[in-house]
Design a binder for this molecule. Structure first.
Ligand code: FES
Length: 942
């Protein structure tokens, strides 16, 4: 065959107007081909055509490139996000040069948080005509976003950005809608996420980047008799097979906390006992992903299968198989390995039985919440490599999708016996976390392989692995007993909680303790009791999830509060007003003494209740829909409180310096994963530097790199603003003092306008003076933040269909640093909570296997599923937070499910005690209660 014939049969794929240098490999999908051609804006979210993060245009039509064979694109023009502006006749008309109008709209409206979905969203929306723009729920159904709740995306696509939000605010001070520093890079596909590295950064090809895949257990409980790696080594391209014989025999927890003793040391990198379906058994490293995958299939493992225990109830039964019966309680930090109990809590204040006896109404019921997956669009991934010998002056470097780079650094150093400073962990932009990336799930094994092979090794989990082998929200079973008097006094509140932590105890104790704290301490009641146990089972481990246990217990407590209100004949919000804590009240869960370091830095719960009350009233008044007699309508509300910082210390460090060109370099330890931290830090610094010629746009931020700052506990528990932000504020205030002092000494005038720091910077440089400062914060004392949610819903008597007629949330976030961004966090939290309240459920079959391991089996809310929510903020200023700010990232999730269940109760008279509130569950409950309409005649047989 001649070259001409080959060229005719395989014409080149044109990528962004340029013929690709290479031809696709047989069977290769277009996504991987395009990324190999350098189009790193094309993302991988599922590899199954479900999420749309990989959307590109082929001859102008949007396709999911992960399920589009690359060879089908031969001879066609492919456009990625990087080439969109140039490919569109209207390019250049955006707010900046070289933007497609749709990119400009996303930038104007800030239609993103982590931004991992943004390229795909823009590519899809860029093809819409007017008719498609008029029906976004239908036309955006192929693109998922886990962060925004779609409200900001809808505003972006329709070009309806806030009229009140200027494209470039005056200075970028606190209170302004400052755009995210990375915004332009996000909408153009230039922002670099974890695996978006160039050949120059991590070389590919011979002796370059190798790929790691994991052999996983098919059994829920088994002992490994032997592993035969020889067949894998026979696969071309396989470089190494690593098993327990190659891994350090060190017990640790995948959970990452400031205090390592917060979590039990119950996990080995590779173990000889497997405790859930999907647990790592061995790693295969190959020259390519395909070679590594073929090697995984070839490894032969001989298991001695053991009986598993798959539910918390079964795990607590006498004689149950033990999940960690081989562990010593004291050494491992497990409360009672012989009872499958990783942690427990029993405490009482007052006398609950007396409180119940003295009540006019007593309510008692059991509530159940399910496993929920984070579904961050970027899966867990890491690249590890060495720079010299880490034991001899070199370094182990890990680029990871993590919320906690410094804690990962500490864990890797301990695991591999390295000095901490010989390990560097760095993030790119992280594509969503929601608590799921407060773990070490990829870094350890990638590092093991890199140390063994001496070459870069990449591990990227598939979407199926995310479901099977990362972490979920803890399933809770909560028995509530509560009593009230007719005057609205809460006389008793008792919870008996069992949480299922799965096969390992990562976050098991913390989630249990936190779940049993603010959900109870938000109420004034003399008699409270908590009994709680966190229980091991042979199932996929649970972990940190937005709300950290509160969303589960708040569902139970807020349902019970509504039932008590109904029992004493009082409006539920009126009952809450009477019983919720007021400023100055002790915040007591079930210990006689409240936590000393939690203070009312501010208090806006009363405002939140008022805001929701008024919004629901307005909504009722303006409601014009005629739903007809088949629909039952009801309203429901719920409240929640959250400590603004996790307990027992949370540390942050920031460093700030004047650059020679008059701009300011700001290095912060905390990570950005869609929580908006980078924008907030720039605003805090700009505000502290007011009057010195520095605006937000002049501040160059770097973050989440252990080489840049001192220790930072990480981005979880909504600490990016109230802990790391305090460190940045302290640094910026000190820098402002130093600049003023230097200017006075040098007899230079203070700058009168933005950019005016150049003269001072030049003089400092001439004199050899470095104008810099650093700031730290340790996380205490802590304050409290509040959220109140209200729904008005309609339920169809005959089908169980649920319509959300109105959704409103009021939040007490203290001084809101960036109103547009904070509203987006609330909207995103509501949407994620709606998913957990209505649809999402990680199902496990009778063998322990997760059966919902692709997105189309697991209902992440789409654009069409999420109603628009009204968001209001209380007017408070926190005495503890930076410039009066409080946390507001995870807490909007917490009151959503109970508010929805309470609205359903009001509409139907039925108390739903188990999540999710699926249409089937509602239908069956209606039928059981005798509520459905008479069966309609079947149109076929009638
Ligand atoms: Fe859409 Fe994060 S912004 S997935």
């Amino acid at each position: 065959m001649t070259d001409e014939n080959t060229a005719a049969e395989h014409p080149a794929i044109e990528v962004n107007g340029v013929p690709a240098a290479a031809a696709p490999r047989p069977g290769q999908c277009l996504r991987t081909f395009l990324r190999e051609q350098g189009a790193l804006g094309v993302k991988k979210g599922c590899d199954a055509g479900d999420c749309g993060a990989c959307t590109v245009h082929v001859d102008g039509l949007p396709v999911h490139s992960c399920i589009y064979p690359a060879m089908r694109a031969e001879g066609r023009a492919v456009t990625t996000i990087e080439g969109l502006a140039a490919a569109c006749p209207g390019h250049g008309r955006g707010p900046g040069e070289g933007l497609h109008p749709m990119q400009g709209r996303f930038l104007d409206a800030q239609g993103f948080q982590c931004g991992f979905c943004t390229a795909g969203m823009v590519m899809t929306a860029a093809t819409f005509d007017d008719a498609q723009l008029a029906d976004l729920p239908r036309n955006l159904k192929g693109n998922l976003c886990r962060c925004t709740g779609y409200a900001a995306i809808g505003r972006a696509v329709l070009g309806s950005a806030d009229a009140t939000a200027p494209a470039r605010p005056d200075r970028g001070a606190v209170g302004e809608d400052v755009p995210a520093p990375a915004g332009r890079r996000i909408v153009t596909g230039a922002e670099r996420y974890t695996l978006d590295v160039t050949d120059a950064e991590v070389p590919r090809g011979a002796a370059g980047l190798a790929h790691l895949k994991l052999v996983r257990s098919p059994h829920a409980h088994a002992r490994i008799r032997s592993i035969d790696a020889a067949p894998a080594f026979a696969v071309p391209g396989v470089l190494a097979v690593l098993t327990h014989e190659d891994a350090p025999d060190v017990l640790y927890s995948t959970a990452q906390h400031e205090l390592e003793t917060d979590d039990p040391a119950d996990t080995r990198l590779f173990d000889t006992t497997v405790r859930f379906v999907g647990q790592r058994v061995a790693a295969v490293v190959g020259e390519t992903v395909a070679a590594a995958e073929a090697g995984v299939r070839a490894v032969v493992v001989d298991y001695e299968v053991l009986p598993p225990v798959l539910t918390a109830g079964a795990a607590l039964a006498p004689g149950a198989p033990l999940v960690h019966g081989d562990k010593d309680a004291a050494a491992s930090g497990i409360a009672d390995p012989a009872r499958n109990t990783v942690a427990e809590l029993h405490s009482e204040v007052g006398d609950v039985e007396a409180g119940l006896a003295g009540a006019d109404v007593v309510y008692e019921n059991t509530f159940r919440t399910q496993r929920v997956q984070h579904v961050a669009l970027e899966t867990h991934c890491a690249i590890a490599w060495t720079e010299g010998d880490p034991r001899d002056g070199g370094a182990l470097v890990v680029r990871s999708s993590t919320q906690v780079p410094f804690l990962v650094q500490r864990s890797l150093a301990r695991l591999f016996g390295l000095a901490r400073e010989r390990v560097r962990v760095v993030t790119g932009r992280v594509g969503g976390g929601f608590g799921g990336k407060q773990e070490v799930l990829t870094e350890d094994v990638a590092a093991l392989a890199a140390l063994r092979l001496g070459r870069p090794v990449q591990l990227e989990l598939t979407r199926a692995e995310q479901f099977q082998a990362t972490t979920t929200r803890h399933p809770f079973e909560i028995r509530v007993r509560a009593g009230a008097r007719r005057d609205g006094t809460l006389t008793a509140l008792a919870l008996d909680v069992v949480t299922d932590t799965g096969a390992y105890g990562n976050h098991g104790p913390g989630v249990m303790f936190h779940g049993c704290n603010e959900s109870v301490s938000v109420y004034r009641c003399a008699n409270k009791r908590i009994d709680a146990r966190a229980v091991y089972t042979h199932t996929v481990p649970a972990g940190a999830f937005r709300g950290y246990g509160l969303s589960q217990t708040v569902f139970a407590v807020e349902s019970a509060i509504d039932e008590l209100a109904a029992g004493i004949g009082m409006d539920p919000l009126q009952f809450r007003r009477r019983t919720m804590v007021r400023r100055g009240d002790p915040m007591i869960a079930s210990h006689a003494e409240p936590e000393e370091d939690v203070l009312y830095g501010s208090y806006g719960l009363d405002q939140c209740v008022d805001l929701v009350t008024k919004a629901l009233r307005r909504g009722r008044a303006r409601e014009t829909r005629e739903l007809g007699p088949d629909w039952l309508v009801g309203e429901g509300t719920a409240l929640s409180m959250i400590d603004t910082v996790p307990p027992r210390g949370h540390h942050a460090h920031s460093r700030i310096a004047v650059l020679a060109d008059g701009r300011v370099a700001l290095d912060v330890g905390t990570a950005e994963f869609g929580n908006g931290t980078s924008t907030v830090h720039v605003q805090l610094a700009a505000t502290a530097l007011a009057g010195l010629g520095i605006a937000a746009a002049d501040i160059v931020l770097r973050n989440a790199d252990t080489a840049l700052t001192d220790h930072d506990t990480g981005a979880f528990g909504s600490t990016g603003t109230v802990v790391a932000g305090k460190a940045t504020l302290a640094a910026a205030e000190e820098l402002a003092r130093r600049i003023r002092a230097f200017a006075a000494e040098a007899r230079l005038p203070l700058p009168a306008r933005d950019g005016g720091l150049v003269a001072i910077a030049a003089e400092a440089s001439r004199r050899g003076v470095v104008l810099e400062a650093e700031g730290r914060w340790g996380g205490t004392p802590r304050s409290v933040a509040f959220n109140v949610h209200g729904f008005r819903v309609a339920v169809h008597r005959g089908t169980g269909e649920l319509q959300i007629l109105q959704s409103v949330q009021a939040a007490d976030a203290g001084v809101v640093v960036n109103p547009r961004q904070c509203r987006g966090q609330v909207e995103g939290g509501i949407a994620q909570a709606l998913g957990a309240a209505l649809w999402e459920n990680v199902r496990i079959d009778g063998t322990g296997r997760v059966t919902t391991d692709i997105l189309r089996q697991y209902h992440v809310p789409t654009f069409a599923d999420v109603p628009r929510s009204e968001v209001y903020f209380a007017q408070t200023a926190d005495a503890l937070g930076p410039f009066g700010a409080k946390s507001m990232s995870e807490s909007p999730f917490n009151p959503v499910a109970p508010a929805l269940a309470n609205a359903l109760r009001a509409a139907t008279g039925i108390r739903f005690t188990e999540l999710p509130l699926t249409r089937d569950r509602i239908y069956l409950a209606l039928r059981e209660a005798g509520r459905p309409l008479p069966a309609r005649p079947d149109p076929v047989t009638a």
